[in-house]
Design a protein around this ligand. Structure first.
Ligand code: EPZ
Length: 429
């Protein structure tokens, strides 16, 4: 199993290209199941989760081709994937495939909407607490599907098609909103989704569905209205930049000091987190195609944050921010309100010398003058990258085990950081 070795202490200087967003690419790929025409997606990141979803889609009989690398493109340039769900031979997503990635459960929506039936294994995914699918199933039930659980599988049926309905989510759910949105595009009549997630990835999905012929209004607000259509067609769409990757590197620069421009990204995708970063003492500014982050000499100030649905502070940046706060002056309180048990990184950060006390949904992080390198390992994607951020300033050597978590969501991580001066390398095997 690959590991990543970091020798801490080097500042980061240079340019980091930001990849397409994993969490937008996944639902976009799934949306290809809604039509028998080709959906072409550009700026798709090269990640393990993308390959896993391609395997699942192939299992259904979806044809895919990946455009070759053009001159000048590097391993970090996004790829263009063309998916055609013309001859779907199977509407069952088996446990072996779904258990590797939770988002693959969302295939249930286009499958039941277009084919009237889907059988999808209950999901697996990151070890970040209980992550039920009750709200996703509630949305499909409202749209007229019958749901049964059979041998660990969810069987959704709507032989006469889905019917538009009012869906009100009791709590904001990104996956629930994606599922409701995709299913409603092919339902008869109007669907109103209330308390919808406002994440940029929801807007990206809606934009692509609109190109495919869907009638959607209000994506990006908490009320989305979908007028069902009889069929959707092909389209071509570019995946939006990854705001979590952007925020992760912004925090890495704040941690190490230096001056880095994050290219091909947009500040409005993570304004809240960038404002917080500014309060810690980093200088954040906008450049023509990206964001510049600088910290020279001055220390870090501790800041309290609470995770919230968009436009609040993202839960997917909580672990990275905690790593940053381990070196700030004073104590910061970090509250996690989206997922229970998303503090698995705490004990590993402690191995590097961090002082963190957990109390219910909050972590109290007392900044320390120095971290010390150690072997560490993490159990989810964002937790793993928080250890990379800590390792970049820890004295001596930090080895991060179970790198496959990083490979699920960070494209060419070690290359991007090494090019900016980090002493980081992948140890194969
Ligand atoms: C998406 O997960 C992201 N995944 C997650 O990113 C992200 O952390 C999360 O949204 C929140 O922003 C993808 O986009 C692929 P939710 P999702 O439904 O859709 C509860 C990463 O590291 N809930 O918005 O699964 C749930 O338990 C990943 O890239 C129910 O109670 O998250 C949580 O408390 C990790 N019942 C809250 O809602 C349901 O049926 C929000 O979850 C569904 C969710």
């Amino acid at each position: 199993m690959d590991r990543i070795r970091i020798r801490g202490g080097a500042p980061l200087n240079g340019l980091i290209p930001i990849s397409g967003a994993k969490n937008a690419a996944l639902p976009l790929m799934i949306a290809s199941l809604l039509t028998d025409e080709a959906l072409e997606l550009g700026n798709v990141p090269r990640l393990a989760d993308i390959s896993s979803l391609l395997r699942i889609m192939s299992n259904f009989g979806v044809d895919h081709s990946i455009a070759g690398r053009r001159p000048g493109q590097t391993s970090e340039t996004g790829q263009t994937i063309r998916l055609t769900a013309r001859s779907v031979i199977d509407t069952c997503a088996p446990y072996e495939l779904v258990s590797t990635m939770r988002a693959s459960f969302w295939v249930i929506a286009p499958l039941v909407a277009r084919f009237g039936e889907a059988r999808v294994s209950m999901p697996g995914g990151c070890a970040i607490g209980t992550r039920p699918v009750d709200l996703l199933l509630m949305a499909l039930t409202k749209l007229g599907a019958t749901i049964e659980i059979d041998g660990g599988y969810v069987v959704a049926k709507a032989p006469k098609g889905l019917i538009g309905a009012e869906i009100e989510f009791p709590k904001v759910t990104v996956g629930g909103t994606h599922v409701a949105l995709m299913a409603a595009t092919l339902a008869r009549g109007t669907t109103v989704i209330r308390n919808a997630a406002r994440e940029p990835e929801v807007i990206d999905l809606a934009d692509c569905l609109i190109k495919m012929g869907a009638k959607i209004e209000g994506a990006g607000t908490s009320e989305i209205v979908v007028e069902g259509v009889a069929r959707l067609g092909g389209a071509s769409h570019e995946v939006l930049p990854d705001r979590i990757e952007t925020g992760t590197y912004a925090m890495a620069v704040a941690m190490t000091g230096g001056d880095v421009t994050l290219e091909h990204t947009r500040p409005e995708l993570l304004q809240f987190a960038l404002d917080v970063l500014g309060q810690t003492g980093a200088e954040v500014s906008t450049t023509p195609g990206g964001i510049r982050v600088k910290r020279n000499g001055n220390g870090l100030t501790s800041v309290d944050v609470t995770t919230d649905p968009f436009p609040g502070f993202p839960t997917d940046l909580q672990a990275q921010f905690m790593a940053l706060m381990t070196r700030a002056n004073g104590v910061s309180r970090i509250r996690e309100t989206i997922f229970e048990n998303r503090f698995m990184h705490v004990q590993e950060l402690a191995r590097l010398g961090a002082k963190i006390r957990l109390d219910g949904d909050s972590a109290y992080v007392e900044g320390v003058p120095a971290l010390k390198g150690a072997p560490v390992m993490a159990t989810d994607l964002r937790a793993s990258v928080s250890l990379v951020i800590a390792g970049l300033v820890a004295e001596g050597e930090t080895t991060i085990n179970r790198v496959y978590h990083l490979d699920r969501g960070f494209e060419a991580l070690e290359t991007k950081l090494a090019r900016c001066g980090a002493e980081i390398e992948r140890l194969r095997g």
